[in-house]
Write a protein that binds this ligand. Structure first.
Ligand SMILES: *[C@@H]1O[C@H](CO)[C@@H](O)[C@H](O)[C@H]1NC(C)=O
Ligand SMILES: *[C@@H]1O[C@H](CO)[C@@H](O)[C@H](O)[C@H]1NC(C)=O
Ligand SMILES: *[C@@H]1O[C@H](CO)[C@@H](O)[C@H](O)[C@H]1NC(C)=O
Ligand SMILES: *[C@@H]1O[C@H](CO)[C@@H](O)[C@H](O)[C@H]1NC(C)=O
Ligand SMILES: *[C@@H]1O[C@H](CO)[C@@H](O)[C@H](O)[C@H]1NC(C)=O
Length: 325
């Protein structure tokens, strides 16, 4: 009898922890339309849970929820042909089809800013369609590999990266072996509609996120395995510091509480395994979520918090992962 009385709370504690652990790791897939692959980045609307993503065949899709699913929303390649492009995958990125990578929604205007690896930096109005190109070069140098975008919501200013001035998306492996460091951080000033180069010599400028106060941007350098904090104040060239050495860091997304999630990898017996890492504005690691259980050794390109869930993009998969968190 005594035994039971003592054991009951322990047992309940055990049940409680067990349920908690099980619920903490629940994983779901939002399947892309047939033959669509490689959702690299995600841009959410504020309240609706609807989001945009760009896929390998050049389409920008809008997710309208579980009953409607995905609809074609836009594209950046002016001569894109649905019959040639729809359903093609990233085994051979094709400039005729385009390749939308980074995207970010300005909530007040509902304008969707897009980085297309072939067609540079542009914007889509809420009705979608062909992306309006805003800029294909800055200070005389064309973008070779427009990669990631973030909007500072209060001002509407847009920050984006060009991963390399030399290598395009088809030459990514060459860029890595050459340890390229010609990536740039750029800013589109929404008032003067001008693009300025904020920072040069980045080694694989993958992701970018601006903080709530617009004091700094975090930029991932996937070739150099590091994250750089670039101060957006004072005289250019801006002051910067390397704030962590995460492996293969890709997109960075700010949370409501001014933390950031980075898609990256960890090295395990010479395998690279995908992780989501939450950091603060000083680059300190607050939390790591291992993703190999669902992604094996495939890289992930984005981890974004929305509501109480994490949404995961990958150039190597045909779904968006959702982790209850
Ligand atoms: C998907 O791809 C297969 C093989 O290329 C093709 O036969 C099929 O028509 C495609 N389906 C859709 C919905 O595009
Ligand atoms: C689109 O097609 C037109 C007409 O063939 C051509 O002049 C133009 O250069 C093409 N644009 C791109 C980006 O391929
Ligand atoms: C990409 O498409 C080609 C041709 O349809 C197909 O053979 C290949 O298996 C696909 N690769 C992936 C990773 O889906
Ligand atoms: C930085 O980039 C500029 C122009 O892109 C180049 O002229 C310069 O040599 C680079 N500096 C370093 C230290 O690599
Ligand atoms: C980045 O990390 C990967 C995995 O550990 C490694 O293979 C690569 O050499 C690193 N790159 C640099 C520039 O250190």
């Amino acid at each position: 009898m005594k035994m039971h009385i003592i054991m009951a709370p322990i047992f309940l504690t055990f049940i409680f922890h067990f349920c908690f652990l099980v619920s903490a790791i629940s994983f779901e897939k939002i399947q892309l339309p047939k033959n669509a692959t490689g959702p690299e980045a995600l841009a959410f609307q504020l309240v609706t849970s609807q989001f945009f993503t760009g896929v390998a065949d050049g389409r920008i899709l809008k997710y309208r929820g579980p009953s409607i699913g995905f609809l074609d929303f836009g594209f950046a390649a002016p001569n894109r042909s649905k019959s040639i492009c729809d359903g093609t995958n990233n085994s051979n990125p094709n400039p005729v089809c385009g390749r939308p990578l980074g995207m970010a929604l300005h909530h007040r205007t509902q304008r969707l800013y897009v980085c297309d690896a072939f067609f540079g930096f542009g914007v889509l109005d809420p009705e979608g369609g062909l992306v309006t190109q805003l800029s294909t070069s800055a200070e005389g140098e064309p973008y070779r590999f427009c990669n990631a975008v973030d909007v500072h919501q209060p001002t509407g200013n847009v920050y984006f990266t060009d991963a390399s001035a030399v290598y395009d998306i088809r030459e990514q492996e060459a860029a890595v072996s050459a340890q390229d460091s010609t990536g740039r951080l750029l800013k589109y000033g929404v008032k003067n509609k001008q693009v300025t180069v904020l920072f040069r010599n980045l080694s694989g400028a993958g992701g970018v996120a601006v903080d709530e106060q617009e004091k700094f941007a975090l930029v991932s350098e996937f070739i150099a395995n590091r994250t750089r904090k670039i101060w957006l104040q004072g005289q250019r060239p801006y002051r910067s510091e390397i704030v962590n050495s995460l492996v293969m860091p890709d997109n960075i997304k700010r949370t409501r509480l001014d933390n950031f999630w980075i898609a990256a990898a960890r090295v395990m017996q010479s395998n690279l395994l995908p992780v989501g890492v939450r950091i603060n504005g000083n680059g300190n690691v607050l939390e790591t979520v291992n993703l190999e259980r669902w992604y094996g050794n495939k890289p992930v390109s984005e981890v974004q918090e929305y509501g109480f869930k994490l949404y995961i993009g990958s150039r190597s998969e045909d779904f968006i992962g959702v982790i209850k968190h």
